[in-house]
Design a protein around this ligand. Structure first.
Ligand code: SAH
Ligand code: SF4
Length: 351
């Protein structure tokens, strides 16, 4: 009776369960109990005992089901950058680890940057996570728990971006489940407009998102509009080349009427030249996009350099002259290696 589940068991922990799944788990109980449990779990309850509007016997039943542990993961390390960014290393129940980051902008708005996979299979040449290889997808519980761990330490979080480790559109089912939980008005109730999925350009995933939703914000890591250069930097371009990606984005815009963000990691003397900007402006037509320019964050051992402020400015001016909305994204979290593409540096030794 009530044996704790083995750690490797493929069990979804409470924060990753939908109201319907909780209703199935609590069959035999009055229907409102599942809603109560969902409210507790999805808002990040840290113990079964704290769920005081539920009878003791029911709390014990739930606790027994999950071996006494409400969460599947725990914070192993936390690092704070001088700009206030917080990076957490999260230990998962099978011993693997991921990282997530809380970024705070100058207005104090907090954004959780969440991972969707352990490692990443896409192998982009400029990205730390890409060097780790791919271990496995994260479950919905492991995704939602990253949010809870960050919120436990920093309080209210207004935005979520799937820009941590991994390719969210290769784990779309679990990313969808996590988003449904975060957006459920009986839980955190986060607006879908404040959630961004960032993809390296997985065309079937973009089309699936266009057809089925949820209508979150979509960001695409383009990096280059030149086929050879993009293939060199992002091998995904061999499988889903620029033309197919553009067709998928047009379809996405037809379906959602939403402006897509193109992320351009600019690497000095590689893809940050004026001619690269002109090629991008040409490629974008007739898409409606916003372009985010991100200076490449240095990673030890990679043969790249960060562009200087002049190169960034020139790049953005060329785009703006073509009528393209361009934002130079501030790099936050660099000091804790928690900035874009730097996730994974603390993990190697431990896995
Ligand atoms: N796999 C998804 C989401 C995670 S990567 C994707 O690729 O979109 C999040 C962002 O970090 C991407 O836009 C990626 O291009 C960027 N990035 C990766 N390495 C970087 C680095 N070293 N410096 C700056 N941005 C980087
Ligand atoms: Fe994976 Fe994104 Fe990094 Fe590419 S940039 S290796 S898709 S995490």
């Amino acid at each position: 009776m009530n044996q704790p589940p083995p750690r490797h068991q493929n069990l979804v922990y409470p924060s990753g369960l939908s109201p319907e799944e909780l209703a199935a788990l609590l069959s035999g109980e009055p229907a409102y109990r599942a809603n109560q449990a969902f409210a507790w779990f999805s808002r990040g309850a840290t113990s079964f005992e704290s769920m005081t509007n539920m009878p003791q016997s029911l709390r014990e039943r739930l606790s027994g089901r999950f071996g006494g542990s409400i969460r599947s993961s725990s914070v192993e390390h936390s690092l704070v950058d001088e700009d206030g960014s917080l990076k957490l290393q999260i230990r998962l129940r099978d011993g693997a680890a991921v990282e997530c980051v809380l970024l705070e902008d100058i207005e104090g708005r907090k954004t959780a940057c969440l991972s969707s996979q352990v490692g990443c299979p896409m192998g982009c040449a400029f990205c730390k996570t890409g060097t780790l290889g791919f271990l496995r997808n994260l479950g919905p519980d492991e995704i939602v728990e990253q949010f809870h761990h960050l919120r436990d330490m920093r309080g209210f979080i207004s935005n979520v971006v799937f820009m941590g480790m991994g390719e969210p559109l290769l784990n779309l089912d679990n990313v969808r489940k996590a988003i449904a939980i975060l957006a459920n008005p009986d839980g955190i109730g986060m607006s879908l407009r404040k959630i961004t999925i960032s993809t390296s350009g997985i065309v079937p995933g973009i089309l699936d998102l266009a057809r089925v939703g949820p209508v979150v914000r979509l960001a695409v890591s383009l990096t280059s509009a030149n086929p050879e250069l993009r293939t060199r930097l992002m091998p995904v371009n061999k499988t889903w080349p620029l033309a197919e990606l553009k067709a998928a984005l047009l379809e996405y815009q037809r379906a959602t009427h939403d402006r897509v963000t193109l992320e351009m990691v600019l690497i000095g003397n590689v893809n940050a030249r004026g001619e690269n900007a002109l090629e991008l402006a040409e490629w974008i037509r007739p898409l409606r996009v916003q372009v985010n320019l991100i200076a490449w964050n240095p990673i030890a051992g990679m043969p790249f350099e960060t562009p200087d402020a002049g190169q960034m400015k020139q790049f953005s001016e060329i785009l703006e002259r073509s009528g393209i909305v361009t934002v130079q994204r501030m790099s936050r979290g660099r000091g804790v290696m928690g900035a874009c593409g730097q996730l994974g540096d603390t993990l190697r030794a431990k896995q």
